[in-house]
Every structure is written in structure tokens, then in C-alpha cells.
Write a protein that binds this ligand. Structure first.
Ligand code: DOR
Ligand code: ZN
Length: 345
């Protein structure tokens, strides 16, 4: 049995680092494991300008302190008012790596999101021309659609016309949760890829209702039934360069989760790599872990692979019940469970 695994330093292609005290509390978990991360822009207010992204990047680096070997890759939150020239200039300057499309009201802090793709057609046109990736929260917001169907319906109603109208637009469908999305991404004749979270590889929707309401298993897109979890697992370990690591780690203070209207989001950053490796190990696919964690994403984004390596060792580690305290107390994913692998050193 493999006891140690050394891979090229990985990246997290989708993370929420938050701001203020929470940023200070959580940024280190991501930076400890990952060389780079695509940082989500859904702050309050959202990151819509080059100046805001530059400032946010500086706050992330300040939170990590001197000597951190971590590069935050910033994203622009698209609104109906998004301006192609601003976005292209931010990309050219190296501030905006990508743009994030939240359908308005799809999830946490998405009230300013896009109400109609037609409103951002000039932006998408320009992104397509300059090769700037579009990152999509792929759920319809139509409340008449069952919440468990919102991703699959998005593929038909929004994504299919989108790739028809912008045939060269590079797209990352974020945090896929369904068999339909896995097949769509694997088979599309289009430059499209998908990120996959640890939670969608490990839990199905039963976890949200396991003996009572479990707010810490609730995120968006919500976990689906078992057949979908298995399809997403197959995609992750398939070796296809279209699937790569994106944790969607989304911390909320414990009181905001354990509430009459608990926030969506699972905080998986502290043991993200260990959790993914558990899945690859269970699937007998450890040899495909490096591609998923450290290569496919960088290649899709057209960025260099990271120099250097990290090592994981088969030594048990128990996830704590909480991390942080007070305004930064968060219950991590798999709290109290023991994982077989841990990051060495
Ligand atoms: O569960 C989620 N939490 N899904 C999202 O899309 C946003 C995120 C957050 O920011 O909390
Ligand atoms: Zn997210």
C-alpha cells in the first residue's frame, strides 16, 4: 500500500476567502496546501472593479503575512452593468484572471448577479476574444424549479445556448453535482471544464437530513442523490483534463449555519487535500490525483504548472469539531472524523 505520495504543488480553482477577521482566520488553510487559488468575488459589496480586486488581493496577502508562498488569482463579479473595457483592462493588467457569473439570487451574496445573459453579451464577446475564462455558478434561479433540478435545467436553458452563441468562450462550470453536468462537460465540443468539490464527492443529499437537519452539510448547489455523487466521482478520477480541483470552501460563522435560515456553504479548507485524496484512494486512482489536483486546472487556465512539490503521508488525522473562535468559529467539513492521509511537514 502506498504510504507517501509526493505531487507537484496543487492549486484550488475555486475558494471563498471572505474578508476581515474571517479572511485572517481561514486564508492560511488554503495557502498551506495550495500554490494558487481562484478567489471568489462574492464579498459585500461584490468585487466588480479592478481597484477592488487589487485591494482585496493585497488584504489576502497581508492576512498571510511575510514569506507566504501563495498567489491569489482574482475574479471579477459580473453584473448586468459589467463593462467589457474595464474587464479586459483588468485582465491585461494581471488583476482579473477570470470573471464569475452568478445568476442573480442563485446563492450567497449573489443579489447583484446577472439577471439575463443577454445583458452581458458584449462582455462575453470580449472575454471570448481575449481568452479570459468565464466561471459559472450553474443553477437556474427559477423558484418553480425543484432545487435538486436547478443544475440540470441550467444546462439546457442557459449553458447550451451560451456555448452555441460563444463557441470559443472558455468556460469553467463550477462545483458540478450531477451526472448530467459531468456528461455535458466531458462530451461538449467546446472549451469547457468543471471544478469538483470534496463534499460532492463524499456526501449525497441524505447527509443534509441524517437524523435531523444538518446545516453543515448544506451548500449550493445542494448535494444530490447517490447516483449523481457516483457520477461526479467517476468524472473526478477519470483522468480527463476537463475535471479539476476546486474546493468551494465557504466558511460561515457557526451561528449563521445553525439558524432558522442557515447560510449555504461548507468549510472544507483545513483538510481539503486529505479529503480529495481519500476519494482517489477509495477509487484506486491515486495515480490520477496529481493530474486532478495540480495539472488539469493550470492547463485549462493557460497558466504554468507550479514548481515544487508537496507530500502526503498515510498517517491518520482527526478533523476538529470547530476552528477559530467567536466571530470566526466555523465547523469544518467532516468535523470529528478521522482521515487516513495527512499533509506531511
Ligand atoms: O454553498 C455555497 N456557498 N455556494 C455558493 O455558491 C456560495 C458560497 C458562499 O459564498 O457561501
Ligand atoms: Zn463558490
Amino acid at each position: 500500500m502506498t504510504q507517501r505520495l509526493t505531487i507537484r504543488r496543487p492549486d484550488d480553482w475555486h475558494v471563498h476567502l471572505r474578508d476581515g477577521a474571517m479572511l485572517e482566520a481561514v486564508a492560511g488553510y488554503t495557502a498551506r496546501q495550495f500554490a494558487r487559488a481562484i478567489v471568489m468575488p462574492n464579498l459585500t459589496p461584490p468585487v466588480t472593479s479592478v481597484a477592488a480586486a487589487r485591494d482585496y488581493r493585497a488584504r489576502i496577502l497581508a492576512a498571510l503575512g511575510e514569506g507566504a508562498r501563495f498567489e491569489p488569482l482574482m475574479t471579477c463579479y459580473l453584473t448586468d452593468q459589467a463593462d467589457p473595457d474595464t474587464i479586459a483592462a483588468g485582465h491585461e493588467e494581471g488583476v482579473f484572471t477570470a470573471c464569475k457569473l452568478y445568476p442573480a439570487h442563485a446563492t450567497t451574496n449573489s443579489a447583484h448577479g446577472v439577471t439575463d445573459i443577454a445583458a452581458i453579451a458584449p462582455v462575453l464577446e470580449r472575454m471570448q476574444r481575449i481568452g479570459m475564462p468565464l466561471l459559472i455558478h450553474g443553477e437556474v434561479t427559477d423558484r418553480s424549479i425543484d432545487i435538486f433540478d436547478r443544475e440540470a435545467v441550467f444546462l439546457d436553458r442557459v449553458l447550451t445556448p451560451l456555448i452555441r452563441d460563444f463557441p470559443a468562450l472558455r468556460i469553467v462550470l463550477e462545483h458540478i453535482t450531477t451526472a448530467e453536468a459531468a456528461v455535458f462537460v466531458a462530451e461538449a465540443a467546446h472549451p469547457i471544464a468543471a471544478t469538483i468539490t470534496p463534499q460532492h464527492l463524499i456526501i449525497n443529499r441524505n447527509a443534509i437530513f441524517d437524523g435531523g437537519l444538518r446545516p453543515h452539510a448544506y451548500c449550493l448547489p445542494v448535494a444530490k442523490r447517490e447516483a449523481h455523487r457516483l457520477a461526479v466521482r467517476r468524472a473526478a478520477v477519470s483522468g480527463s483534463p476537463r475535471f479539476f480541483l476546486g474546493t468551494d470552501s465557504a466558511p460561515h460563522v457557526v451561528g449563521a449555519k445553525e439558524s432558522a435560515c442557515g447560510c449555504a456553504g461548507i468549510f472544507n479548507a483545513p483538510f481539503a487535500l486529505e479529503t480529495y485524496l481519500r476519494v482517489f484512494d477509495e477509487e484506486d486512482a491515486i495515480d490520477r490525483f496529481e493530474g486532478f489536483a495540480s495539472e488539469h486546472g493550470a492547463r485549462f487556465y493557460g497558466l504554468p504548472l507550479n514548481p515544487g512539490t508537496i507530500t502526503l503521508e498515510r498517517v491518520p488525522v482527526t478533523v476538529p469539531a470547530t476552528t477559530g473562535e467567536g466571530a470566526t468559529a466555523v465547523v469544518p467539513f467532516l468535523a470529528g472524523e478521522t482521515l487516513a492521509w495527512r499533509l506531511a511537514g
